[in-house]
Ligand binder design. Structure first.
Ligand code: ASP
Length: 438
């Protein structure tokens, strides 16, 4: 199938009838938007509730034999209001009654939660006059609960090539026995990507309430610039460091076949948003860095042992101690006679002393030190590898701010530089780096 856009609309994009109207206008603007994936209605304001959360609440109440009538009434009202305000001909009450009954009779948490998307999909399909396709017919899981990529791709292609325009609710699919199974929270992003992959779309649009990714966290940097274009690998680096807009699993289905993702803002459709593109596509923007992200609260364990470089298997011994204690590490910078392990502090809770004792005992280091409270910042950009002086610029900016750099690591792909500093310098460091490139 050619020239198709799959458009996913998140919960805030479909939170009330006003939002539905915006969504309709957006869809009508480009006739390539043939397959639409909605989330369940999200929050209308800060104090509001997400339908999915309310559905999970109904399920927990039902499990404990507590009445959930009150919660279900709130859910019902949201959907009844939508149908009324959009003036569509749909007997939503029949569906609501059936769902309530099933929850009362012990329906699973996955089935219950999935009804948020199901009902929203029914309403949106009616409103757009698109066909409604229940994802249990086209999205499948294997008996072990893992997503069944092969079967799903095949079924989507067969089913959707016969359909001109359809709404396919996000977040769930079916087990081999037909039972509903959901993806993890935020999983409508994943459905959108799977559908895009299945119909071989030329673009996957992910409509949300922000105009794409920002170059830095707006809580730290005032009014950061928008990222116009980012490659999948850069995105992975930034999301690993805490920048999130998109469900991580949504990347893999489309990345594999080179379908770009455009993150767009339903409330400001004229904004370009962020385009996520193939790693091999040429860099078309002028800046050398794409974005900055980071996390605090790492601890560094530094092991020193003279002549470590000639002792075979030394690092393996150190790492096996972490493995035995179920601890993973993030980075492992090393020197001639030292190796440091950078570990998220929360992983070490209650385990640090044991790990240190084991290192003392099994690795006999000359010295063993722990430095807690380190922040890590990743400066990411495909443009960096060809630009001389990028790191000079970063470290000059930090020096000017009087920030002590505790660790430096540059991936061999040269698309990121990771810098460690005291947690207390973290925000200042991000601002300094951002300002030196903007
Ligand atoms: N409604 C689901 C959730 O809240 C899935 C989604 O919105 O993507 O997690």
């Amino acid at each position: 199938m050619k020239n198709i856009i799959v458009a996913k609309f998140g919960g805030s994009s479909l939170a009330d009838s006003c939002q539905f109207k915006k969504v309709k206008l957006i869809i009508e603007k480009d006739e390539r938007r043939r397959f639409i994936v909605p989330s369940a209605p999200g929050k209308r304001n800060k104090e509001d509730q997400k339908i999915t959360d309310l559905l999970y609440l109904c399920h927990t109440h039902a499990e404990q034999n507590i009445s959930f009538d009150y919660v279900f009434e709130i859910i019902g009202n949201r959907y009844r209001d939508l149908v009324k305000e959009l003036n569509i001909d749909l007997n939503i009450q029949t569906y609501l009654d059936e769902i309530k009954n099933k929850i009362k009779k012990g329906a699973s948490a996955d089935y219950t939660a999935s009804r948020g998307e199901y009902l929203n999909g029914l309403i949106l399909a009616k409103y757009l006059e698109y066909e409604f396709i229940d994802p249990v017919e086209i999205i499948f899981f294997k008996p072990n609960g893992i997503f069944d990529e092969e079967r799903t791709n095949k079924e989507i292609y067969i089913r959707l090539s016969k359909v001109e325009r359809a709404v396919i609710p996000g977040f769930y699919g079916a087990m081999p026995n037909g039972e509903v199974k959901t993806f993890s929270r935020g999983g409508s992003d994943v459905t959108g990507a799977i559908v895009a992959r299945g119909v071989e779309a030329s673009l996957y649009e992910n409509w949300t309430d922000v105009s794409g990714f920002l170059m830095a966290d707006p809580k730290i940097v005032e009014n950061p610039k928008n990222i116009k274009e980012i490659s999948y690998r850069e995105l992975r680096e930034l999301s690993y460091m805490g920048a999130t807009v998109l469900h991580e699993d949504a990347i893999f289905p489309v990345r594999k076949v080179g379908i770009p993702i455009n993150i767009k803002n339903t409330n400001r459709p004229e904004d370009e948003g962020t385009l996520i593109i193939d790693d091999l596509d040429p860099v078309s923007y002028s800046g050398t860095i794409t974005g900055i992200a980071g996390k605090k609260d790492f601890a560094v364990i530094t092991v020193e042992k003279s002549m470590m470089n000639v002792e075979q298997g030394y690092c393996r011994k150190v790492l096996s101690i972490l493995e035995d204690n179920n601890v993973s590490f993030e980075h492992m910078p090393s020197g001639v006679d030292t190796v440091s392990l950078v570990i998220a502090q929360n992983q070490l809770n209650g385990k640090l002393n044991r790990i240190l004792k084991e290192i003392e005992l099994k690795c006999c280091p000359d010295s063993l030190e722990v430095h807690p409270h380190m922040g890590l910042i990743a400066v990411v950009g495909r443009g960096m590898s060809r630009t001389i002086g990028t790191s000079a610029k970063i470290f000059m900016a930090l020096a000017k701010e009087n920030i002590n750099v505790r660790m430096i690591s540059q991936g061999s792909s040269e698309i990121n530089i990771i810098i460690g500093m005291e947690d207390s310098d973290f925000e200042r460091a991000i601002r300094a780096i951002y300002n030196s490139f903007n």
